[in-house]
Design a protein around this ligand. Structure first.
Ligand code: AMP
Length: 219
């Protein structure tokens, strides 16, 4: 199963991606994670993209296409993948088509998690994760059971993404509406797009996604 997951920042893509990955045994490819790893490692690419990411802007197409393309020769990825955060523009979607086409790989489904923008600002600005195991928390919706201690691994170190400020979130939402939403028409024309209501609770969104996939394959 080869999937693309679309949705604005804060729609719950990361959480749902983990569930899709577990359910279908596919590799989760997040271009945001790839770029954050470059920044953390202090590479040349990392230095170029750090400012853009902090500002909530997209990084140049050719740069991200090169980074994403390098993963499709991996044997594990060829058995099934979930793309999260890529493609984000029509030129990226066209490049993905040729990357996959050259390798004889077909895209099976594109899922869009649909949400309302203002709710996303509250969701994102409150989120933080355990610095050790990556468990996700939220200032309003999900605090650790014991203040300051991770429920899962007991760590007391937590991290917030540098681009999770209200101003940056609004810019990332605008980038999504202007640059990524045109992909709806692109994938709709190919008969691949399925919409899921992302305003419901996490489990209901997962059910919506699994139903959308089952409906599409006629199960
Ligand atoms: P994400 O973790 O998917 O929200 O991505 C975080 C940031 O990384 C974005 O706001 C962009 O600055 C950058 N980024 C990730 N994927 C892409 C992409 N496909 N095209 C352009 N920029 C990207």
């Amino acid at each position: 199963m080869n999937l693309v997951l679309l949705g604005p920042p804060g729609c719950g893509k990361g959480t749902q991606a983990t569930r899709l990955k577990e359910r279908f045994g596919i590799v989760h490819l997040s271009t945001g994670d790839m770029l954050r790893a470059e920044v953390a490692a202090g590479t040349e690419v990392g230095r170029v993209v750090d400012g853009l990411m902090r500002a909530g802007a997209l990084v140049p197409d050719e740069l991200i296409i090169g980074i994403a393309a390098s993963h499709f020769d991996d044997a594990e990825v060829r058995r099934g993948f979930l793309l999260d955060g890529f493609p984000r523009t029509v030129p990226q979607a066209e490049a993905l088509d040729s990357i996959l086409g050259d390798r004889g790989i077909t895209l099976d489904h594109v899922i869009s998690i649909d949400v309302e923008d203002e709710a996303m600002v509250e969701r994102i600005t409150g989120r933080f994760t355990c610095g050790k195991c990556g468990e996700g928390y939220h200032d309003t919706f999900k605090l650790p059971k014991v203040a300051g201690v991770c429920d899962v691994c007991g760590s007391t170190e937590f991290v917030r993404r540098k681009d999770d400020t209200a101003e940056t979130v609004r810019r990332r939402l605008t980038a999504y509406r202007n640059q990524t939403q045109p992909l709806f028409d692109y994938y709709d024309a190919k008969g691949l797009l399925r919409h899921v209501d992302g305003m419901k609770d996490i489990d209901a969104v997962s059910r919506g996604m699994f139903e959308a996939l089952a409906t599409q394959v006629g199960a």
